[in-house]
Design a protein around this ligand. Structure first.
Ligand SMILES: Nc1ncnc2c1ncn2[C@@H]1O[C@H](COP(=O)(O)OP(=O)(O)O)[C@@H](O)[C@H]1O
Ligand SMILES: [Mg+2]
Length: 454
C-alpha cells in the first residue's frame, strides 16, 4: 500500500523536535492540529506498542478538530477508533487516547495512566496545574522517547504561564534548558507557513485581518505580547525583534545601566547612520556588589568596542553618608565611568514609545533576539492604575531592563540638553581641596581642567 502525506517546513521542525517539552505555536491556521495528528501517526508507527494521549480542553473541540482530522488522515486498514472510549488502536499495537479536561479535577481520570507522549492541543486553554499534573503521567520503562508536545495560539486562561514556560526564555526555534533542568523549545508557526491553507482558502487571511486589533495580533501574527493593561502596546516581536547581525563599526555605541543590589541590568545599544537604535547585548544579574557588576560589564564589552557613553540614572550619583562616595565613583574605580541621565519617568517612557512607534514606517528601536530579558520585560509592564501615564513598579523584577532602556531613550531623545561627559574623572582629595577653596569662576576652570567629578 502506498500512502503519502506532505507537511509544511514548520510541521517538520515540530515532528523532528526532540526536546522533552515542545511548543508549536502561533497563529490560527498555522497547521498546528494537523501537525500533531501527523506526528502522532509517525510515532505510533515507528514505536510498536507505544502509548500516546492527545488532549483538548473540551470534548466538543476534541471531536470537531483532532478526532475528525485523525479519522480522515489515518489509513483505515491500520487504525480503528473506539467511539465511546475515544481510544484509537493501530495494527502494530500502538494506542492513541483522545482525551479532554474540562474541569480541574478531570486530570485525575489519568491517575494510573502511563504514556510515552502526551500532546496538548490549544495548550493555553489549560491551567498550569492541569499541565504539571498530566505531564507526570509521561513515564515507562520501554525505552521509547518520552515527550510532551503541545500546540497553541496565544491567548486563553493559560496565556501567561505558557508564555513564561516556552516563549520568554529563549529566541524562537532555539532549544533551552529551563530552571527545572527540562529541555524546551518553542517553534512558531504562522498562517504564512501553511501553504496548504493559503492555497485552499485564500480569503482566510482577510477574515483574520478584519478582527479587532488585539485578536488580529494574536491570531494572525501569533503575537504573545498582547494583553489588557499593557503599557507598551506599541511593542510587537514582529516589528521590534530581529535576528542578530554584525554591526558596522562606525555606528555609535552606548551602554545603559540600571543598578540596585537586587539586580543589575546593562544594555548595549548601537545607533545606525539613519538614527535607528539597536539593542544588541544585555547583561542581567542579581545580587552583584558594585565591583563584580562593573567587572561583568567590562568583560562583556569587547576590547575594540568603542563605547561613546555609559548612561546611568541620577540616584547612582548620590553620595553615601557613610563613605562620602557615590556608587558612580565606585563603578568608575572599577573601569566603568558613567554619564548621568534623567530620572523623569514619564518623559522617559514617552521617549521609548516614540522609538517603538511604527507611525512613519519602520520603528527606531530594534532588539536583537538574544536579548531575552528586555524582550520579556518590556511588553509585560502594566499601566499604573493611579497615574495612567506611568507604569507600575510591580512585579519589581520586570522593571529593571525597561528602566535601563528608559535611561537611554531619554538621553537619546534630548542629546543636546545632556552633553556626554566623555572625560569625567575620579578626583583626588587634593583636587577637591582646590575646588572648595575657589570661587565660582575658579571652580568652572577646574571642572574643565580635571573633567567632571564622578
Ligand atoms: N501538511 C498539510 N497538508 C494538507 N493540509 C494541511 C496541512 N497542514 C495543515 N493543513 C490544513 O490547513 C488548515 C489549518 O490547519 P490546522 O492544523 O487546523 O491549523 P491550526 O490548528 O494551526 O489552526 C486545515 O484545513 C488543515 O487541514
Ligand atoms: Mg488547531
Amino acid at each position: 500500500m502506498k500512502y503519502s502525506l506532505s507537511v509544511t517546513r514548520k510541521q517538520k521542525l515540530f515532528i523532528d523536535a526532540t526536546a522533552s517539552e515542545v511548543l508549536f505555536g502561533g497563529a490560527a491556521g498555522g497547521g498546528k492540529s494537523y501537525g500533531q495528528i501527523v506526528d502522532a501517526l509517525l510515532f505510533a508507527l515507528t514505536y510498536r506498542g507505544s502509548k500516546q494521549l492527545i488532549l483538548r480542553r473540551t470534548f466538543a473541540e476534541l471531536d470537531k478538530s483532532l478526532i475528525r482530522c485523525a479519522l480522515s488522515l489515518y489509513p483505515r486498514e491500520l487504525f480503528t477508533l473506539n467511539a465511546s472510549s475515544h481510544t484509537g488502536k493501530f495494527k502494530n499495537g500502538s494506542i492513541i487516547d483522545f482525551g479532554y479536561c474540562a474541569t480541574e479535577n478531570d486530570v485525575y481520570q489519568y491517575q494510573s495512566a502511563e504514556y510515552d507522549v502526551i500532546r496538548f492541543d490549544e495548550l493555553t486553554h489549560f491551567t498550569e496545574a492541569q499541565y504539571v499534573y498530566l505531564i507526570s503521567r509521561v513515564r515507562g520503562a520501554n525505552g521509547f522517547p518520552k515527550q510532551i508536545k503541545s500546540s497553541t495560539n496565544p491567548g486563553g486562561v493559560g496565556h501567561n504561564w505558557v508564555k513564561e514556560r516556552f516563549v520568554d526564555p529563549s529566541p524562537p526555534g532555539c532549544r533551552f534548558v529551563g530552571r527545572d533542568g527540562m529541555e524546551r523549545i518553542f517553534i512558531p508557526s504562522l498562517l504564512d507557513d501553511n501553504g496548504f491553507l493559503m492555497k485552499s482558502d485564500p480569503s482566510y487571511r482577510e477574515r483574520l485581518m478584519a478582527l479587532p486589533m488585539r485578536e488580529r495580533r494574536a491570531l494572525l501574527f501569533g503575537d504573545w505580547d498582547v494583553f489588557e493593561g499593557q503599557y507598551f502596546q506599541e511593542f510587537s516581536r514582529e516589528a521590534h525583534v530581529i535576528q542578530p547581525f554584525a554591526l558596522p563599526k562606525s555606528w555609535r555605541r552606548y551602554r545603559t545601566v540600571d543598578y540596585g543590589l537586587d539586580r543589575l541590568v546593562c544594555l548595549w545599544i548601537a545607533v545606525s547612520d539613519t538614527g535607528c537604535a539597536y539593542v544588541y547585548r544585555e547583561f542581567c544579574e542579581s545580587n552583584l556588589p558594585i565591583g563584580d557588576a562593573a567587572r561583568g560589564i567590562v568583560e562583556r564589552t569587547e576590547e575594540d568596542e568603542d563605547i561613546y557613553a555609559t548612561l546611568a540614572p541620577p540616584d547612582l550619583f548620590a553620595r553615601s553618608q557613610e563613605t562620602g562616595k557615590t556608587k558612580a565613583s565606585l563603578f568608575g574605580e572599577n573601569g566603568v565611568s558613567f554619564t548621568k541621565t534623567s530620572n523623569d519617568r514619564e518623559t522617559g517612557w514617552l521617549a521609548i514609545k516614540e522609538l517603538l512607534s511604527t507611525r512613519e514606517g519602520e520603528p527606531r528601536l530594534k532588539i536583537f533576539s538574544s536579548c531575552t530579558e528586555l524582550i520579556r520585560c518590556l511588553p509585560a509592564l502594566q499601566v499604573d492604575k493611579i497615574r495612567p501615564t506611568d507604569c507600575q513598579n510591580e512585579p519589581h523584577d520586570i522593571t529593571h531592563a525597561p528602566d535601563a532602556l528608559r535611561g537611554f531613550a531619554i538621553f537619546y531623545a534630548r542629546p543636546n540638553e545632556q552633553k556626554v561627559k566623555r572625560r569625567s574623572a575620579i578626583w583626588s582629595a587634593d583636587m577637591w581641596e582646590d575646588y572648595y577653596s575657589c570661587d565660582e569662576r575658579g571652580r568652572q576652570y577646574l571642572l574643565k581642567k580635571y573633567g567632571e567629578p564622578i
